[in-house]
Each structure stands twice: as structure tokens, then as C-alpha cells.
Design a binder for this molecule. Structure first.
Ligand code: BG6
Length: 483
């Protein structure tokens, strides 16, 4: 029976802006994430508001450089000072891979000029990984745009930011190309396209929505240039995009609901995948947006050729949940997760949910793997998968049996996908360590390792392995054979 192949990359995932801290140390420049105010008053389902960073937020953030409480991403979980201990725990767990992101403002504080201390920091991280026999998987862009590029060019709205990203990626390939053999380009362009946030909405959510096709076009070009450059500079490395795939099911077998699910799936998943993987705009969706008054991307000579010709080596996928959609009439009032006349997201009665309302759907991960593999026939890596919970330490233990159950049920489905012919080469749990969620502070914990820290960025920062850490350690030891 086919199972996880030999050399399967069992790993843990993280991202610099949610983890590193050391935000103003070692010559690092300001990142848009350093201006992300904690918003515990915002509804957990309101992704757009949770992650919105406006010009006013930036002004306020710049005026309060000492404030770590309202700007928790400045503190992260302090990996910057704990990386040796953290990588030691990763090694003891038996991890074969570690996904982390290279922070652009740490390496190029103003977006374009190099900071040797930033480069040095990642060399030290890579030293630890190398000595531990752990393969690095590095994301080039995980939400931390240098603030300077916002100020100078308006961020991703401008093509100048693509050029700046090229300078950054070239530098990363030059510096780390002999040590890192797997790169991920842009984290979740599809989720960014759907919900914005993370500094894409400097002038507010509505303005972002009007310009989202333009920004997305720039992300796609930045991705394609990085792929080309990587192949030219490090021929033995692999590079690919990371999608945040959310399968969409119809609420009933009524063809109107089936079509509603397809409409949402196309816009949320397939539209961006087709652009990044096949260099093609789905005309129907562009026409829809045009009808809605959304600005069309400025497609210049050579853009589509670049997108078509950039040959990515694998596809990385983040999976947390599925969505369910039903048809809604054209007179339905417009709302989040609803396009009147097309679809409306609704409750899936057959699934349970996390405390943040995310549907727990292990079969969805197999659905995703098969769908992406069948359409693009490229090796796949799960770059994120995990479950958040409120947790506390009791007698020095964290009994996260729910997480063990969540992870094993998802991994059983991954194994089945392999048996069904999918080429899955790795699985990185999100997250190896507790870190800041994108919009819900430290209390939304995903880690296999607990970190003593709260929403106000206070705590001893002590690391404690949860029960899921030991469970994963066993699993890696027998290459998933105990599932
Ligand atoms: C993914 C992101 O979308 O989901 C991560 O790549 C993020 O950065 C993760 O942390 C979980 O989402 P959240 O909002 O719970 O942190």
C-alpha cells in the first residue's frame, strides 16, 4: 500500500512577521506589520477589518514606537532571541523541514538597500538548521512589506514595488542560494485578493476592493520574476507559490446551489491559481469585476509571456477549512461572503467548527490535493495546516488532544490522497510554535509548542512542548506509519 514516501518532509511552519520580534533590532526597518494594531473588538469573522492597516493606523503607529501592547507583531514570540532553543526543539521533535519567512525589512530596511546584520541573522538560523539536519523552506513574502515602500510608492499598487521585490529576491538568492533549496514566493495571493489587509488597504477597504485586480497583477508578476530569477541563479533549487485553498461545497444538490459553489470557488481559488500557474486570466471573472466597477490591471507588453513562461517546480498549499455556499437572489443585501445573485456562504450542518468558527473538514484536504494535482500535475507540499484553540498550562502540561485528533484526521486524508496518486512531498504543520495569529493576537494558539505569552505581549516566553509535539515526534519517527 502506498504511504508517505521515504524522505517525506515532515515539518513545522512559521512566518517572520508573526514570530520574530526584535522589530527594531539589528538594523531592521519598519514593516507594515509593525503598524498592525491588535483589534480584539472586531468580530472574528470580519477578516477585512481584522487585518486592515490604513494610513491613519500607520501615522499612529509611527507616533508610538515604544508601544508593544497595541502592536503585538513587534514582539512576536521573540524567535529573534530564542532561535537556537526553538531549532533545538525542532530537532528533538525529529523535524525534516522548517518553513519560515525571510523578512524583507530585516534584509533591506528601506526596501532596497541591504542590511548586513539582517543577512547575518538568517545565516545564523541556517547554521542551526544545517547542524540539526533540517531542510529550510523559505517564504519570500509573508505580509511584511517594508513600510518605506508604502511611503515611497504606495506599496503593491505600484509596479515599482515589483522592481524592489526583484532586488530583494536577487539578494536572497545570492546570499542563501547555496543553503536554501526550496523557496516559496508569495504567501496566499488568493486570500490577499479576497480580503486585502496587511497594508494593501492603506486608504481603506473600499479603495482596496477597487484596486485589487491591479495589486494582484503585481503580485503575480513579482512571483513570476522570482521564479525565473531563482532558476537562473540557483538551478538546483525549487520554487513555487503558496495558495490558501478553501474548497467550496454546495449547500444542497439544487443546481442553483451547485453553481453558487462553483462561482465562489472560481473567484476564491481557481482565478488566482490559473493566473499564477498557467499565466491566464479567466475572462468571465475579469468581466464580472469590470461590471462591478473594479479597475482593470494595466497589462503591459511582456507581462503575460512572463506569467506563462515562469515554470514553478511545485505548488505549496495552506489548508484550514472548507466553505459551503448557496444561491442568493439579486435583491439580497450585499454583505461579506455574499455576492447577490450568485452565492452566499452558509453554515455546513455536517461539520464542527473551531472556537473561531472555521469548519473542521479533514476530507477537504484530500479534495484540495486531488483537485490541484489533477489540474496542474505538479508535486505538492502542505505549507500550513493546523488548529487554533484557547489554551492554558495545567501542571506544566498542555493536553491538546483536540489538536492531535485534528492533525491525525487530516494526515489520514493526505495519506489517502497519496494512495490515490497525488505526489505529496511534504507537510508543514501550522504552527510549530505558538505565534501571533494574523488578527487575533496570541490567544488564538496553533503551536505544537506553547509559549508563555499573552495578548499584551507579556509573559516569561518560556517554551513548553504540548502533547501534540510528542505525538508528532512519534509520527515522524515512523514516517506516519502509526496513523
Ligand atoms: C494563513 C496564513 O492564512 O492562515 C498565516 O498564511 C495565518 O499567516 C494562518 O496565521 C492562520 O490564520 P489566523 O488568522 O488564524 O492567524
Amino acid at each position: 500500500m502506498r504511504t508517505f514516501p521515504e524522505g517525506f518532509l515532515w515539518g513545522g511552519a512559521t512566518a517572520a512577521n508573526q514570530m520574530e520580534g526584535g522589530w527594531n533590532e539589528g538594523g531592521k526597518g519598519w514593516s507594515v506589520s509593525d503598524c498592525a494594531r491588535a483589534k480584539f473588538d472586531v468580530d472574528v469573522k470580519n477578516y477585512e477589518k481584522q487585518n486592515e492597516i490604513t494610513s491613519k493606523d500607520i501615522e499612529e503607529a509611527l507616533a508610538h514606537p515604544e508601544d508593544m501592547v497595541n502592536y503585538p507583531k513587534r514582539h512576536g514570540n521573540d524567535f529573534y532571541h530564542h532561535y537556537k532553543e526553538d531549532i533545538q526543539m525542532l530537532k528533538e521533535m525529529g523535524a525534516k523541514a522548517f518553513r519560515f519567512s525571510l523578512s524583507w525589512p530585516r534584509i533591506l530596511p528601506d526596501g532596497e538597500h541591504v542590511n548586513p546584520a539582517g543577512i547575518q541573522f538568517y545565516h545564523k538560523v541556517l547554521d542551526e538548521l544545517e547542524q540539526s539536519g533540517i531542510e529550510p523552506i523559505a517564504t519570500l513574502y509573508h505580509y511584511d512589506l517594508p513600510l518605506a515602500l508604502h511611503m515611497r510608492y504606495g506599496g503593491w499598487k505600484s509596479r515599482k514595488t515589483i522592481l524592489a521585490f526583484q532586488i530583494f529576491t536577487k539578494r536572497c538568492f545570492q546570499e542563501f542560494g547555496t543553503r536554501i533549496k526550496k523557496f516559496l514566493t508569495i504567501n496566499e495571493p488568493d486570500i490577499l485578493f479576497m480580503y486585502g489587509g496587511h497594508g494593501l488597504d492603506l486608504d481603506g477597504t473600499e479603495e482596496f476592493k477597487r484596486n485589487k485586480l491591479i495589486m494582484n497583477h503585481h503580485f503575480a508578476l513579482a512571483h513570476a520574476q522570482a521564479v525565473q530569477l531563482c532558476h537562473e541563479m540557483i538551478p538546483n533549487a525549487m520554487i513555487g507559490p503558496v495558495f490558501g485553498y478553501v474548497p467550496v461545497y454546495p449547500k444542497t444538490s439544487n443546481p442553483r446551489d451547485v453553481m453558487a459553489a462553483k462561482d465562489l470557488c472560481d473567484v476564491q481559488n481557481t482565478f488566482i491559481q490559473e493566473l499564477f500557474l498557467n499565466g491566464r486570466y479567466m475572462e468571465r471573472i475579469v468581466m464580472q469585476y469590470e461590471k462591478d466597477g473594479i479597475a482593470l490591471p494595466d497589462i503591459r507588453e511582456g507581462d503575460m509571456e512572463l506569467l506563462k513562461n515562469s515554470k514553478r517546480d511545485f505548488v505549496a498549499l495552506n489548508y484550514y477549512k472548507s466553505d459551503t455556499a448557496a444561491y442568493c437572489t439579486p435583491d439580497t443585501p450585499p454583505a461579506d461572503f455574499c455576492r447577490p445573485g450568485y452565492y452566499q456562504v452558509c453554515i455546513n450542518e455536517s461539520l464542527q467548527r473551531t472556537a473561531w468558527g472555521w469548519d473542521i473538514d479533514p476530507i477537504g484536504i484530500r479534495y484540495m490535493l486531488r483537485d490541484v494535482y489533477d489540474r496542474y500535475h505538479l508535486p505538492l507540499i502542505i505549507a500550513e495546516n493546523g488548529m487554533a484553540a484557547y489554551e492554558e498550562v495545567k501542571e506544566n502540561r498542555i493536553d491538546d488532544t483536540y489538536r492531535i485528533e485534528y492533525l491525525s484526521r487530516h494526515l489520514i486524508q493526505c495519506r489517502q490522497a497519496i494512495q490515490e496518486g497525488v505526489e505529496l512531498i511534504g507537510y508543514c504543520n501550522w504552527s510549530f510554535l505558538d505565534l501571533l495569529s494574523t488578527g487575533h493576537g496570541f490567544e488564538k494558539r496553533y503551536g505544537l509548542v506553547y509559549i508563555d505569552q499573552n495578548n499584551e505581549s507579556s509573559g516569561s516566553l518560556k517554551r513548553i512542548a504540548k502533547q501534540s509535539y510528542y505525538w508528532y515526534q512519534n509520527l515522524i519517527r515512523c514516517n506516519g506509519g502509526n496513523l
